[in-house]
Design a binder for this molecule. Structure first.
Ligand SMILES: NC(=O)c1ccc[n+]([C@@H]2O[C@H](COP(=O)([O-])OP(=O)(O)OC[C@H]3O[C@@H](n4cnc5c(N)ncnc54)[C@H](OP(=O)(O)O)[C@@H]3O)[C@@H](O)[C@H]2O)c1
Length: 239
């Protein structure tokens, strides 16, 4: 099965300018991966790219403004990556949000926003990326679900539905790539509370939260496994 060193890989991290996505971007770029970070706020992405590029001493992080709720922008993003680098090796589906509305308060707008961002956008992005991964005979798809994709919480029912849905979609995707014989792995993170507010390397996470660096370390561990290894949902949370 084809392998590829990190220094030859191109990654796309949605929501890579902040929080968990930024930690993923940093660790990938430290390992030599070129990383496109994509979300709505251009200035946030540019700021993160500048800081990480300074840290690694190389231009490895490339900001791209897009809204995952808009299918045409998803297509344009994938085209940009393929035209520039001719491959897309790692896709981290990290963009996501919650609208805290209980089952009796839930609005159609809130529901749509959560579903479109956390679930429909992922499906559309994977659909656009898959032919390129198959053509290049190499790919990793990493989905950031949540413990809210494993357990229901009364304050965020739409978020729970989207994150449960993401795991179901990912399982079907894994079955699809297995059946088609594609050299594509599918990983799912199911984190509990991650302290994205205290992300400095020496910061102590708040009680009940994990430091975001644990997400980054686990990502590199998962990606370094042999190509035929399946690592199912990564449940990671503070004890
Ligand atoms: N932190 C936790 O405790 C925790 C726990 C479990 C799971 N998670 C999941 O981890 C992921 C990252 O969350 P985080 O904690 O790092 O929070 P965050 O900093 O708010 O990250 C969310 C990212 O999603 C992007 N995003 C939101 N809407 C978007 C859209 N329409 N199009 C493109 N990008 C969009 C945001 O960027 P823009 O605003 O620039 O678009 C932002 O960078 C999410 O999927 C979240 O559900 C987090």
């Amino acid at each position: 099965m084809k392998t590829k060193p990190f220094i030859d890989q191109i990654a796309l991290v949605t929501g890579g300018g902040t929080g968990i996505g930024r930690a993923f971007t940093e660790v990938l770029s430290i390992h030599g991966v070129n990383v496109v970070i994509a979300s709505r706020r251009k200035e946030v992405l540019e700021h993160a790219a500048r800081e990480i590029n300074e840290l690694v001493g190389w231009e490895r992080v490339f900001p791209y403004a897009f809204d995952i709720q808009d299918q045409s922008q998803i297509g344009a993003l994938v085209n940009y990556v393929i035209e520039r680098w001719q491959s897309l090796d790692v896709v981290v589906n990290n963009s996501g949000l919650a609208v805290p509305e209980t089952v009796d308060e839930i609005t159609d707008d809130g529901w749509d926003k959560v579903m479109d961002t956390n679930l429909r956008g992922v499906m559309q992005l994977v659909r656009a990326v898959l032919p390129h991964m198959i053509m290049n005979d190499f790919g990793d798809i990493v989905n950031v679900s949540s413990q809210a994709g494993k357990h229901g919480y009364a304050d965020v029912p739409s978020y729970c539905a989207s994150k449960f849905g993401l795991l179901g979609y990912a399982e079907a995707l894994r079955d699809h790539v297995r059946k088609t014989g594609a050299n594509i792995r599918v990983f799912n993170f199911c984190p509990g509370l991650v302290d994205v507010e205290n992300s400095a390397s020496d910061a102590r996470p708040r009680p009940g939260f994990i430091h975001v660096s644990n997400m980054a370390r686990t990502l590199m561990y998962a990606l370094s496994l042999d190509r035929e290894v399946v690592l199912e949902d990564i449940n990671i949370y503070a004890r």
